[in-house]
Ligand binder design. Structure first.
Ligand SMILES: NC(=O)c1ccc[n+]([C@@H]2O[C@H](COP(=O)([O-])OP(=O)(O)OC[C@H]3O[C@@H](n4cnc5c(N)ncnc54)[C@H](O)[C@@H]3O)[C@@H](O)[C@H]2O)c1
Length: 257
């Protein structure tokens, strides 16, 4: 039996990916620090198959043991476990920097290094890495932005390296999605409406908006896609935020006409 491995599966985007992949018939292996019993229960109630593992993605030995005990050969990996520290560079301690890079980038590496040999032995597969628009634009905070930029670069690097293993690897860069990661900040109404004002589609993302893109990249519909990043942000980084200058520019040219 084949399976799909999903990290960060207890909450938000990882959880939505698990539900969507399970609905396609995949057996899903749910990895999260304290397990993912809620996600497992929801999948099983809908008739799907899931196994859960309480594991820290930065723990190389523990991840090796989990990958060695999966319910089937891994044909899909979704690297989604992540944390954020909302501090500017000079406010960030070395410990905070290391933890963010450790979970968001080294944790992805640790999963890759244990899953790739098993996926290769099974005949190949598809890997999807959750990056962020922060890795493209510097929208986020320094440690987070640097880690996500690393995920984008690593994904491109691995496309050629893994092609010979019959493995495709792509990333998805979400915009602002309501999840555990930003529940606190989006609970602030001023921040929430200022954020939505900057999203051309006029709403925040939902975890399933990202899961649908992940399911496309994980499945056969994207058979010729590798090394790509798919931005799913409601148009946020496709527009330069001109603010008041933009409004003045438009009225200036309107007066000219
Ligand atoms: N929410 C957004 O706006 C947004 C935007 C861009 C990218 N992302 C990325 O999406 C991914 C999923 O985040 P989310 O928004 O769903 O947040 P979330 O907090 O809802 O989910 C993250 C999950 O990762 C798990 N996790 C954290 N550290 C871990 C560790 N060391 N080992 C195992 N599991 C760990 C958490 O327990 C949690 O269940 C992250 O990589 C995040 O950076 C989120």
């Amino acid at each position: 039996m084949d399976c799909a491995v999903i990290t960060g599966a207890a909450s938000g985007i990882g959880r939505a990916c698990a539900l969507r992949l399970a609905a396609t018939g995949a057996t899903v292996a749910l990895l999260d620090v304290d397990g993912a019993s809620g996600t497992r229960r929801d999948i099983e109630e809908r008739g799907g198959r899931a196994a859960e593992y309480a594991v820290d993605v930065t723990d190389d030995d523990a991840v090796r043991d989990v990958i060695g005990a999966l319910p089937g050969a891994p044909r899909v990996l979704v690297n989604a476990a992540g944390i954020i520290v909302r501090k500017k560079l000079l406010e960030c301690s070395v410990e905070e920097w290391r933890r963010v890079v450790d979970v968001n980038l080294t944790g992805y590496f640790i999963l890759l290094r244990h899953v790739i040999p098993a996926m290769t032995a099974a005949g190949g597969g598809s890997i999807v890495q959750i990056a962020s628009i922060a890795g493209h634009t510097g929208y986020g905070f320094s440690s987070y932005t640097a880690a996500k930029g690393g995920v984008l670069a690593l994904t491109k690097q691995l496309a050629a390296e893994l092609a010979g293993h019959r493995i495709r690897i792509n990333s998805v860069s979400p915009g602002v999605v309501e999840s555990g990661l930003n529940r606190d900040t989006l609970g602030n109404q001023a921040i929430r409406s200022a954020t939505v004002d900057n999203i051309p589609l006029g709403r925040l993302g939902e975890p399933d908006d990202i899961a649908r893109v992940v399911a496309f990249l994980a499945g056969p519909e994207s058979a010729f896609v590798t090394g790509a990043d798919l931005v799913a942000d409601g148009g946020m980084i496709s527009t330069i935020h001109w603010g008041e200058a933009g409004a003045q520019l438009h009225s200036f040219h309107a007066e000219e006409r």
